[in-house]
Design a protein around this ligand. Structure first.
Ligand SMILES: [Zn+2]
Length: 136
């Protein structure tokens, strides 16, 4: 059974996916900030409820809120930089010399919209490595 929000707790973050909430909770624990998750199990069982109930909430004690927000801001920034780094290099040879075909991307998005069929995304490979010619 999911927990309820207590009087002294504040929502420090909300996540659509339970795994993202769990990772943020672990990150806070690494900084010795106690936190709890609300609606984790509800969203895990029925993911379509996530937007309706505000996702999985990460709660901290009100006295830890400011510290937790600073820690989480740093965590989100690190995640964003990591994703940018991963997306800007070839998965086969790690070269950062890649070409991106934005026209192909636009065509795929248009096909999805016109046909109401997301299966076109299976064709979505718009990046090509200049070094090893890998396409993804
Ligand atoms: Zn490559």
């Amino acid at each position: 059974m999911d927990m309820a929000i207590q009087k002294n707790q504040i929502i420090a973050g909300a996540f659509r996916e339970p795994i993202d909430a769990r990772l943020a909770k672990l990150y806070l624990e690494g900084e010795n900030i106690h936190s709890e998750l609300v609606d984790e199990h509800t969203v895990a069982i029925q993911p379509l409820y996530s937007p309706a109930i505000g996702g999985v909430k990460l709660l901290v004690d009100s006295s830890d809120y400011e510290h937790a927000k600073r820690v989480l801001d740093g965590y989100y920034e690190k995640q964003m930089r990591y994703r940018e780094h991963i997306e800007s290099q070839c998965p086969a040879c790690q070269s950062q010399e890649i070409n991106r075909n934005t026209l192909f991307r636009s065509v795929i998005v248009l096909l999805c919209l016109l046909t109401a069929n997301p299966l076109w995304l299976l064709l979505y490979k718009d990046r090509r490595c200049k070094v090893c010619k890998h396409v993804w």
